[in-house]
Design a protein around this ligand. Structure first.
Ligand code: MN
Length: 332
């Protein structure tokens, strides 16, 4: 039977038909096959103004940055330039971040620095942030070609278009940011800072910086002067320094722009409203979705994490952390 079937191919036109058929099939397959990889936009909007985003990370935080990056890409059609400030990033981390270009093309610039001025800044009192967090204080000099940048923490996920943030007009201000819940919680460290009593204290995890104005008014010098002058009262050094150095030219945004999940003093209704209407979710403080179960809106984090080439590492951090918590709860 097989022999008979193969005999058919001895006829020339059958062979030709088979070759053409295969070619046609391949062409059709290439054009019309279901695409399992996220599709890339055919073309970027011609007049789209590129958006610039900066973060500070090292190898430990690269995996969480990947999740924030995915959340940005999946919620926008804009072309984004990411500027990564770091004290060193491995090739393997970089490669994994580059892989995310499959979701949507973007630009990536890595700026490796070893600025001695950073060393004079004291540590975060609660060890809640790595010292590279302070790299954001150098934004104006590290990004000399930019007049404006969105500076982000990496413990957050966007749930709406980052375009909203880029369009915020910061003319005449040093930055736009959201008042920190610490205001509402009446945290006493704020009252130690040299700020007017009624002044709002902003969260430095999500900021739209007017770098042009920073340079015009030599803000970087002011920040480092303040880091010496007020050394003893700094609790969250980068955030405290930005607050005391940039007042009163801060534009305050409403809480949807930086919804921090630590909501100790917030009433249930506001909490509910914000968790539904927020433009991004920021897991500020010590309760990170990759460390503790049951975080508010943690499903958002895991939803994006599934697209990350770092997923196995993130899952490993989570499982070992949960195992430790369980161990502690059982054996004290
Ligand atoms: Mn944060």
């Amino acid at each position: 039977m097989w022999k008979k079937l193969l005999d058919i191919f001895k006829i020339r036109w059958v062979r030709l038909l088979a070759i053409f058929g295969t070619l046609l099939f391949l062409i059709f397959y290439l054009f019309f096959c279901p695409n399992r990889l996220p599709s890339t936009p055919a073309a970027l909007a011609p007049n789209a103004e590129d958006i610039h985003v900066a973060v500070n990370i090292n190898d430990k935080y690269a995996k969480y940055f990947s999740v924030a990056l995915i959340s940005i890409l999946q919620n926008t059609n804009e072309h984004i330039h990411f500027h990564v400030l770091t004290d060193g990033l491995s090739q393997s981390s970089l490669k994994k971040i580059e892989k995310l270009k499959k979701i949507k093309p973007f630009e990536l610039e890595v700026i490796t620095i070893d600025d001695k001025r950073i060393a004079q800044i004291p540590d975060n009192k609660y060890k809640l942030a790595h010292f590279i967090t302070n790299y954001r204080l150098l934004s104006a000099s590290l990004l000399p070609n930019l007049d404006k940048v969105i500076f982000l923490d990496v413990d957050l996920a966007f749930v709406s278009d980052i375009k909203k943030y880029w369009r915020i007009d910061v003319d005449g201000y040093y930055l736009a940011a959201v008042p920190d819940l610490a205001n509402m919680n009446k945290q006493e460290w704020i009252y130690k800072l040299p700020m007017p009593e009624k002044a709002l204290y902003f969260n430095s995890g999500v900021m739209i910086l007017n770098l042009k104005k920073w340079r015009e008014d030599n803000i970087e010098n002011k920040i480092f002067e303040n880091s010496v002058k007020y050394r003893d009262v700094l609790t969250f050094p980068d955030q405290d320094l930005l607050n005391i150095s940039l007042l009163p030219q801060v534009k305050y945004l409403d809480m949807r722009y930086n919804f921090t999940t630590e909501l100790k003093q917030m009433d249930a209704k506001t909490k509910q409203y914000l968790s539904e209407k927020a433009f991004l979710i920021h897991w500020a403080g010590s309760l990170k979705p990759w460390l503790v179960p049951g975080n508010l809106k943690a499903e958002r984090f895991w939803q994006y994490a599934e697209y990350s080439p770092f997923y196995p590492e993130i899952a490993w951090v989570y499982y070992t952390s949960v195992a430790q918590l369980l161990f502690k709860s059982i054996f004290g």
